[in-house]
Design a protein around this ligand. Structure first.
Ligand code: ADP
Length: 354
């Protein structure tokens, strides 16, 4: 096992820079998830750690070694790809053993490692099968088995669950977490799916356009997003973003939403009349006699919760209610939130205030 240290990392394809000086510390044994919208540079970053892409500037270390110019085979990493990249004409056992054979490892040691990995992954009954005779989840496990037998310092996962159906994805999420708890290997995992990031990570790295927007634990990012990008990206349904003006009121501050005022906290060093963006999580909205007037648009019962999309002028507001209540389309209600459940963002920069 090893820590991974990334300093001032830059990547350009020709004249186009796609990673703009990234700094990141991944602790020994940590499960780190790189997440962000398509094209933000997360795969490129992972592939640079793997040695599959050259770096344009900066430094990557795995443990004490700077690996900038080492080929992938000398980095002591194992990568699991989205498309599994299994050899179709080799059995499950041979697929897992292949990299070890190439290294001319002792046969008995190879057999021991394959047996052990197969047991961990529940693949023992399938060792003689070919990939075509396996389900998607089993293929994914073989791909993980190939990584495990190598006993690397670092596991790298590139969107490994994207090709699986929704139910299997949830199951494999748990399996990969359990595997990590069992082996404790430093892991870097790329996904565009924020729920995958939230449920799997010790540490989440949110990226956008070749930059890191924020690094933190899942609940850090959820409760204290650094800016409107992270606030909107993390959480489902997304955080509501409402434009308001700050007003001094009763010795504190209130957000004026065009008539309705909601008391807020965390407004320090602000001026009366300052424009802000309010961020309110859907589950923090409650019905009240006064508050923001909103008209019921769509009601989505999930069983455990009721999601309601309200319209309010141009913008929609989404609320999640845990208690059951029926809403009629077109009905107008009033919504409010506790002062400490309202986040304030600078309207111009998008940075969180307070
Ligand atoms: P993500 O994994 O977050 O979807 P990528 O790392 O694949 O994003 O890509 C980041 C950016 O780099 C994108 O704008 C993409 O178009 C660009 N890019 C990736 N690979 C190449 C390449 N071989 N040549 C030119 N541009 C590339």
């Amino acid at each position: 096992m090893a820590e991974v240290t990334i300093r001032d990392l830059v990547k350009a394809y020709g004249q186009t820079q796609v990673i703009h000086g990234v700094n990141l510390d991944i602790a020994d044994g940590e499960f780190t998830v790189l997440v962000g919208p398509s094209g933000c540079g997360k795969s490129t970053l992972l592939r640079m750690i793997a040695g599959l892409e050259e770096i344009t500037g900066g430094q990557i270390s795995i443990g004490p070694r700077v690996v900038n110019h080492l080929p992938p085979s000398e980095r002591d990493i194992a990568m699991v790809f989205q498309n599994y990249a299994l050899y179709p004409h080799k059995t499950v056992a041979s697929n897992m053993a292949f990299a070890l054979r190439m290294r001319r490892m002792d046969k008995a040691e190879i057999a021991k490692r394959v047996k052990n990995a197969a047991e961990i992954l529940g693949l023992t009954p399938y060792l003689d099968r070919y990939p075509r005779a396996l389900s998607g989840g089993q293929r994914q496990r073989v791909a993980m088995g190939r990584a495990i037998v190598r006993d690397p310092q670092v596991f790298l996962f590139d969107e490994p669950l994207s090709n699986l159906d929704a139910k299997l994805r949830v199951q494999m999420r748990t399996e990969i977490r359990e595997l990590h708890q069992r082996l404790g290997t430093t892991t870097v995992y790329v996904t565009h799916d924020q729920i995958e990031a939230m449920t799997m990570a010790d540490k989440i790295v949110v990226m956008q356009a070749g930059h890191i927007e924020q690094i933190g634990s899942p609940l850090d990012l959820y409760d204290r997003p650094a800016n409107t990008f992270v606030a909107s990206f993390i959480g489902s349904p997304s955080m509501n973003m409402l434009e308001a003006t700050l007003r001094a009121e009763n010795g504190g501050w209130a957000a004026d939403l065009g008539g309705t005022r909601l008391p807020v906290t965390g407004a320090e060093g602000v001026t009366d009349g300052q424009p802000v963006t309010l961020g309110i999580r859907p589950e923090n909205l409650a019905l009240s006699d006064n508050g923001i007037a909103a008209t019921v648009n769509v009601v989505e019962p999930t069983g455990a919760e009721t999601h309601v999309v309200f319209s309010r002028g141009e913008a929609d507001i989404t609320a999640v209610f845990r208690e059951r209540r029926s809403f009629a389309a077109g009905e107008t209600v009033h919504l409010t939130a506790a002062p400490d459940a309202i986040l304030l963002f600078d309207r111009e920069s998008g940075a969180r205030m307070g």
